[in-house]
Design a protein around this ligand. Sequence first.
Ligand SMILES: CC(C)(COP(=O)(O)OP(=O)(O)OC[C@H]1O[C@@H](n2cnc3c(N)ncnc32)[C@H](O)[C@@H]1OP(=O)(O)O)[C@@H](O)C(=O)NCCC(=O)NCCS
Length: 182
Amino acid sequence: MIHIREITPDDAGKLLKLMEELDREADYLLFEPGERPMDEVALREHIRKLEPPRFGTFFVAEATVAPDTDIATPETDIATEFAGYLEVRRMPWVRVRHRAYLVIGILKRHGGKGVGTRLMQEVESWARKHGIRRLYLTLIAENKAAVALYRKMGYETEGRHPASMRLGDRFVEELTMGKWLD
Ligand SMILES: CC(C)(COP(=O)(O)OP(=O)(O)OC[C@H]1O[C@@H](n2cnc3c(N)ncnc32)[C@H](O)[C@@H]1OP(=O)(O)O)[C@@H](O)C(=O)NCCC(=O)NCCS
């Protein structure tokens, strides 16, 4: 079972674990494994300073997982892990506070089951509630799963950026995609 909720500073450790696993397994994110510049303390402080919705927020998809022991105790009965997250970055200044930038990542073992769709729906209602009118993101053009998810959610390609990222020996194109919320 997957439960979508907004993050709190106390989730920093679990979120960092998720991000580091994504850095190891996902081909199309920003960081190579080991490059992520925040430790748990810094991430906790970062989440605290967001003051949602002022500077944005994170949504997490929390999955119930089977305990790795046969002995059931209250502690081992219910274990959870973060299956994915969606980061919303925003600035509160008058000229730009109508827009928010998104970053999403779902672990492979939880992929293709609608978690990305649910996170994108959640951020859309959160954005409407807080007067945000424009959601946008960047992605590597060859990331078929991401293109499919964003198109399905009504995002349109707004810009193309050739040789914008480097994957090994290849320089690859990035796209900006966005959606206007009526
Ligand atoms: C891109 C990503 C967020 C999709 O999340 P997800 O939970 O698998 O997405 P969903 O299950 O909600 O599927 C949404 C749509 O994406 C498409 N899709 C999902 N996985 C796909 C795949 N492997 N190949 C092609 N299309 C795929 C489907 O069209 C699906 O639409 P449908 O529900 O009509 O079938 C996820 O694959 C991911 O986090 N990848 C690694 C990190 C990353 O690349 N993030 C994006 C950076 S911009």
